[in-house]
Design a protein around this ligand. Structure first.
Ligand code: ADP
Ligand code: MG
Ligand code: ZN
Length: 632
């Protein structure tokens, strides 16, 4: 039984790997429920014939007909001298029956192949196979997995290319917008790649590396792809973080592989994203240096030195932290060119929006100009995302084309948060309404404040109960040239929320919801005192503009003033805040009936647009000039 079974197995599994497997399986197979013992084993002696006897009989021409049953491994032999109705002789066959078949053919014996007549045997065979097949599959899966695992462990130091290669990026300079200076500078790199002769003819050394510096999402990767696309060369890319692996030496070997592949495909462009992950100053950093990273960096430097400027390989690296890079990387002959890729200004945002509007159905009534104005601080990636969000909203609302409404909603969604279901009318909702109306009313009544865009109490993700939004003052905010009056009114407006809560509900009822407001106030007031010299503390700028902890190595020298001065500054900041707060409370108090009416309307409508808001306010009091201008 066991024998028989294994034989069947061998016949079904052909590849050598599987054969090896079956012997391992054989032991377990014995325990499987096997079917009836095959018929031939029970046949009476006289009815059987050995293989050798059969061959002999064929040679002697005594055989009339042979039926070969492959499944049963048996041949039925009809002898010439026997009667027709007599049952045939059974011959057990061997694995390979070539000789038999040759003999049959040579002696012109009639032979045919038949499938097993014994259905019982076939069924039992099938049942067995049904047991075995999943088992085999399972084993194979197991084997494959463990094989993979051991491969991984064994070959980590060998070529395991983790870089990507794109033969054609398909990106053109047209697809990159809003960073014109960077594009102009890199136009030259395209020429290097396309016609290096132009430069080498006059003895100019082609730069090897260009470092793109800028915040995330500004289009550094896109720009690098566009260079390759414009020059029509392959684009190799790898991220700095992929260089740095668990095993020492992997990073360095990856660098080697990358450059080897690149040389085979020159002219081409190598793009190293997040180079700061490998290119940090060596031996620096808390907790000592990182051996693996240093090796990788050294290998990178070696490779960069190892090829001549005219091999047609240009390396572009991107980072948002140029300050942490090792000086050796920035030396001539390496990344000696730095190109700043900054967040776009309004014009830049407009052209980026135009690029991404190309493949979208935008209603002609939409003004991308207005969108650009409303999206200060948005990077290229943010803007691309914005238009996509708007398109999704449009589809969800089953509209034909994206309108301004969807774009506005998408902006709020990205800048403030996802809208949640409105609160039921409750004390909490009223409190939020008063808070927001407080901001909105002050924004409308203060002389130098920016006009209200809208106020809403539709809650948003991130614990936002509502917000009041002003029309963005791009002149002042983009240039950073704030006037004292504007700052002052902004502080008052920001305190309007808390002021309204206190006026209406009294001090004990005030919630912590205004903590963000208070922080903003402290920030603005502090700037007035220490940066702009707007108080009687003097005309000295006490703090530099760039107290940007993120970028500077010199973040330590922040306080350039004495303890005594620090106390004075604190006192001044508090004074500004307290005065503004008193002013805010006074305005709310004097307009209490207006505030109540606006709150009722806000609770009913959930959102009041700036236009409607100003209309109502103007029924009660004269609007300042700036506000009137916004309404006309
Ligand atoms: P970075 O590499 O600087 O982080 P990416 O190049 O990955 O930014 O930008 C992500 C996506 O944002 C791009 O694929 C593109 O769709 C969009 N994008 C970013 N900057 C621009 C730009 N200047 N012009 C057009 N699209 C841009
Ligand atoms: Mg990128
Ligand atoms: Zn507030």
């Amino acid at each position: 039984m066991k024998n028989y079974e294994t034989k069947v197995k061998h016949k079904n599994l052909s590849s050598p790997k599987r054969l090896a497997l079956t012997s391992a399986l054989a032991a377990s197979l014995v325990m499987l429920p096997l079917g009836e013992t095959p018929v031939f084993a029970q046949k009476a002696e006289r009815n059987t014939l050995s293989y050798g006897e059969l061959i002999q009989k064929i040679k002697k021409d005594q055989v009339q007909k042979v039926e070969l049953d492959e499944t049963e491994q048996v041949a039925k032999v009809y002898l010439k001298n026997k009667k027709q109705d007599e049952s045939p002789l059974q011959v057990r066959l061997l694995e390979q029956n070539n000789e038999l078949i040759n003999q049959l053919r040579d002696n012109k014996v009639d032979f045919a192949e038949v499938s097993s007549a014994n259905s019982r045997a076939a069924v039992s065979l099938l049942i067995n196979l049904m047991w075995i097949l999943p088992l085999v599959a399972l084993m194979l899966l197991f084997l494959r997995r463990s094989a993979n695992a051991s491969n991984q462990a064994m070959s980590f130091g060998k070529t395991r290319a983790r870089f990507q290669m794109e033969a054609k990026t398909g990106v053109k300079f047209d697809d990159v917008a809003g960073i014109e200076e960077a594009k102009e500078e890199l136009q030259e790199v395209v020429t290097f790649l396309k016609q290096p002769e132009k430069f080498t003819a006059v003895g100019a050394r082609i730069p090897k590396g260009v470092l793109l510096v800028g915040p995330p999402g500004t289009g550094k990767t896109l720009l690098a792809k566009a260079i390759a696309g414009e020059a029509g060369v392959p684009f190799f890319s790898i991220s700095g973080s992929e260089f740095v692996e668990m095993f020492v030496g992997v990073g360095a070997s990856r660098v080697r592989d990358l450059f080897k592949k690149a040389k085979e495909n020159a002219p081409c462009l190598i793009f190293i994203d997040e180079i700061d992950a490998v290119g940090r100053q060596r031996g620096a950093g808390i907790g000592g240096g990182n051996d693996e990273r240093e090796q990788t960096l050294n290998q990178l430097l070696t490779e960069m030195d190892g090829f001549e400027g005219n091999t047609g390989i240009i390396i572009i690296a991107a980072t948002n932290r140029p300050d942490v890079l090792d000086a050796a990387l920035l030396r001539p002959g390496r990344f000696d060119r730095q190109v700043i890729v900054d967040a776009p200004d309004r014009k830049g945002r407009l052209s980026i929006l135009q690029v991404h509007a190309r493949n979208k159905k935008i209603d002609p009534s939409v003004s991308l100009e207005v969108v650009a104005r409303r999206t200060p601080g948005f990077t290229g990636a943010d803007l691309a995302n914005l238009l996509n969000e708007a398109a999704i909203l449009t589809a969800r609302r089953r509209k034909e084309a994206v309108t301004q409404l969807e774009i506005d909603d998408a902006i709020d969604r990205l800048t403030i948060g996802l809208t949640l279901n409105p609160l039921l009318d409750s004390k909490k909702k009223r409190l939020i309404a008063y808070h927001e109306i407080g901001h909105a009313l002050l924004a409308t009544l203060l002389k130098h404040s920016d006009p209200l865009n809208k106020v809403t109490i539709i809650p948003r993700s991130g614990g936002i109960g509502g917000f009041s939004q002003q029309i963005y003052n791009e002149e002042m905010i983009d240039s950073g040239l704030y006037t004292r009056a504007w700052l002052q009114d902004n502080i008052t407006m920001t305190l309007g929320g808390k002021a309204a809560e206190v006026e209406v509900f009294g001090e004990p009822e005030v919630t912590g919801g205004a903590s963000g407001d208070l922080k903003a106030v402290a920030n603005l007031a502090r700037k007035m005192v220490t940066m702009y010299g707007m108080t009687d503390l003097g005309l000295v700028a006490l703090e530099g503009q760039g107290s940007d902890v993120f970028l500077g190595r010199d973040w330590m020298n922040r306080s350039e003033y004495s303890e005594e001065m620090a106390v004075k500054i604190d006192r001044k900041v508090r004074e500004i805040a307290i005065n503004s707060y008193e002013e805010a409370r006074r305005i709310i108090r004097e307009n209490r009936s207006l505030v109540d009416r606006l709150v009722d309307l806000l609770i009913e409508q959930e959102t009041i647009e700036g236009e409607q808001f100003r209309e109502i306010v103007s029924e009660y009091t004269q609007l300042p000039e700036k506000q009137l201008a916004a309404s006309s």
